[in-house]
Design a protein around this ligand. Structure first.
Ligand SMILES: *Cc1c(COP(=O)(O)O)cnc(C)c1O
Length: 412
């Protein structure tokens, strides 16, 4: 059953037409514009079904077999299934699937390994570090002493020599690798080497690439990091949520860091949906998807470069692209506004060189819709036309609508 059908047939329509209208409006927005936000995807109808299931009613504080609430015998099976599937998918000895979000997963990793005031080395926010990597507006910046490493201003690549120098100088308790905007594979072995040299824990925040890891299209941080944090809703295509993976020696500390230290009751509908997504991600079809995501991103990056944008690092290994539109005569913010007006929805981000904002986009969602390299080439051409001011916004908007109409995220 399609989502539209579910919504239309649903009691919601009769009981709360006002909200039903909003849901249908968002479905229409998602079905008529290009979703190029790098962190987004379309989860399957099966994942959405689990999310909208009566498991949402169940209170389940604690872990399977050790709950604070009665009546957990069935949801326990769901959580065990999610845990076993996550462990098998990523080759981890232990998985905690209760984190409500990627940020909660990072909070749990810190809580498991650190004390307030500890020094942590992470990618600086101007270079693509996440809020939870030391932003003063976030708990991380308030409770820990963050030192930031950067990327090379010319190449846009992580400066591993600087990571080592800073690690030697600051002797951090933990080193964090992972980013919201890094388009290349991360050399986890190199980070492990530095962490071992200074006696630090290594935390991989693989929120973005974890779906590529599941599909065999990106290196797996699990063999190298003490703790791996991830989201389940980005390339991985599951429900909005987080997870934490680690070895057996840290299992108990991680579990206690998630519950009761940072969270209360587990969200069993989300955990069931995570199990569904892990099951989907273990299929050969998902492997093909992950590789197509990368192939599409490479074509899109090359197309943007051909249109005159400066693509950070000269391309991508992943689903993610960052680019500077300045050579076309527009800054990042203006560019984003024009592109969104033309139906291409994406973000701004910091750029490795200087203060200018660039564009950040990804191919996870459009690839789920079934788009391929031909469609990526068309998108790149629209970017060029819109940003140079050569193409009429309404006519591109119409062409975008027509293209997306051929690739409905929820057919039927
Ligand atoms: C997306 C992301 C997060 C946070 O995930 P939320 O679910 O939005 O809290 C954390 N770290 C990195 C590197 C991310 O990309």
């Amino acid at each position: 059953m399609s989502v539209t059908h579910t919504l239309e047939a649903d009691v919601l329509r009769r009981q709360d037409p006002e909200l039903a209208e909003i849901l249908l409006g968002e479905l229409d927005r998602q079905s008529t514009t290009l979703q190029l936000v790098a962190a987004e995807n379309f989860s399957s109808p099966a994942v959405l079904a689990a999310l909208g299931s009566p498991l949402a009613n169940k209170y389940a504080e604690g872990y399977p077999g050790a709950r604070y609430h009665g009546g957990c015998e069935i949801v326990d099976v769901a959580e065990r299934l999610a845990v076993e599937r996550a462990k098998a998918l990523f080759g981890a000895a232990h998985a905690n699937v209760q984190s409500h979000s990627g940020s909660s997963a990072v909070l749990a990793a810190y809580a498991a390994l650190l004390r307030p005031g500890d020094t942590v080395l992470a990618l600086g926010l101007p270079y693509g570090g996440h809020l939870t990597h030391g932003s003063p507006a976030n708990f991380s910046g308030r409770w820990f002493d963050f030192v930031g490493y950067g990327v090379d201003a010319e190449t846009g690549l992580i400066d591993y020599d600087q990571v080592r120098t800073l690690a030697r100088g600051h002797r951090p308790k933990a080193i964090v690798c992972g980013s919201i905007a890094y388009p290349r594979h991360i050399d986890y072995a190199r980070f492990r080497e530095v962490a071992d040299e200074v006696g630090a824990y290594l935390i991989a925040d693989a929120a973005h690439p974890m779906g590529l890891v599941a599909g065999g299209a990106a290196p797996n941080p699990v063999p190298y990091a003490d703790i791996v944090c991830a989201t389940t809703h980005k390339v991985l295509r599951g429900p909005r949520g987080g997870m934490v993976l680690c070895g057996s020696e840290l299992a108990e500390r991680v579990d206690r860091a998630v519950f009761p230290f940072t969270q209360g009751g587990a969200q069993m509908h989300t955990i069931a949906a995570k199990a569904v997504a892990f099951g989907e991600a273990a299929t050969p079809a998902f492997g093909a998807y992950a590789h197509q995501v990368v192939a599409n991103a490479r074509v899109l990056a090359a197309g943007l470069a051909a249109e005159g944008l400066v693509v950070t690092t000269g391309g991508t290994d992943t689903h993610l692209i960052t680019a500077d539109p300045a050579p076309l005569g527009v800054d990042g913010r203006t560019a984003r506004g024009r592109l969104i007006a033309a139906g291409m929805v994406l973000d701004c981000c910091a750029l490795p060189h200087g203060d200018a904002r660039g564009l950040r986009l990804g191919t996870a969602a459009v690839t789920t819709q079934g788009m391929g390299q031909q469609e990526m080439a068309r998108i790149a051409a629209w970017f060029g036309g819109v940003l140079r001011g050569e193409a009429e916004t309404p006519s591109v908007r119409e062409e975008v609508r027509e293209l997306v109409g051929g690739f409905p995220p929820y057919p039927g």
